[in-house]
Design a protein around this ligand. Sequence first.
Ligand SMILES: *Cc1c(COP(=O)(O)O)cnc(C)c1O
Length: 332
Amino acid sequence: MELTAGKGVRVTAVTKAFGGRPDIARALVGAGVAALGDSRIENLERLRTDCVQSPTVLIRSPMPSQTQRVVRAVDLSLNTEIETIELLSKSAVDLDVEHRVVLMVELGDLREGFMPEEVDEALKRVLDLPHLHFAGIGTNLACRSGVIPDGANMGELSRLADRLESDHSVSVDVVSGGNSANIDWLTSGSPIGRVNDLRLGEAILLGQEPLHRRALDGLHTDSFVLIGEVIESRLKPTKPWGQSAQSAFPRSTAPAESSGAWQTIVAIGRQDTDPDGLLMPDGVTYRGASSDHLVLGTQERYRPGVEMRFIPDYSALVRSMTCPNVRQVRCS
Ligand SMILES: *Cc1c(COP(=O)(O)O)cnc(C)c1O
């Protein structure tokens, strides 16, 4: 918070990795975030039903079939389709509510967003439509293609904000520069320009920036721990035998060879988490996983019932926090 506030940037805390759990959301609001953002309407509705006191932001383009729910539960949405914006207006009129719209701009990562030259037309449409307020512009990088937020693309976003203001006599209040991958740019000394909002999930929850997975000063990197119980541990060869074809989950990134002659199985699987995203305890190597088994190489036998602890990355965290079979326990 000090880091962002010092640069004049507000934080929209992104709650999707923990399924919008109201107690965690409240802690974030207590820490001073300006808004709560989520990609799923269900999570934002949950925050509303639980009376979490914060502005809410839908950070994925609304589904046309959900615009009524969006204008009811959400103050502001990030948008990329004029047709959907028209539906938002219609729903807002029907329910007699106001809805704020941010237009997302594609700046190279090739996920969501209007192409920069399309923004003017979208903006004019928003200004024409009843019960909508044009709030500003935003972009999202590093999520699909790994394009790094830098002085060039952030500068382009700032210049676009200036140009829209002068060409359309509007005020571009929100300039939402991106996600946790923007932290490096934020701290690089590069001009912040017009950017005044970042949507942060991973940086807050896992205490690291996602481009190089460097820990951030003053934040915990082990706020979330996935604990599983050992169900088998014995000396086994590391190579399978017999004829082999495709395994059940052929795209695993587990190394083919690993140290440790003990093969230990933990009762965690692909249903419960993303096994490829778990940080192994010291001396333990990841050998593979199927839907319900996590197969590890260990240097000793672990007795059945022993608990093993793993730190999840973002992908593993999202899956674990949204899996009904993973019990969530809060420790102080
Ligand atoms: C998930 C998401 C974020 C948050 O990303 P982190 O890397 O967790 O900070 C921000 N913006 C959009 C549009 C997202 O989908």
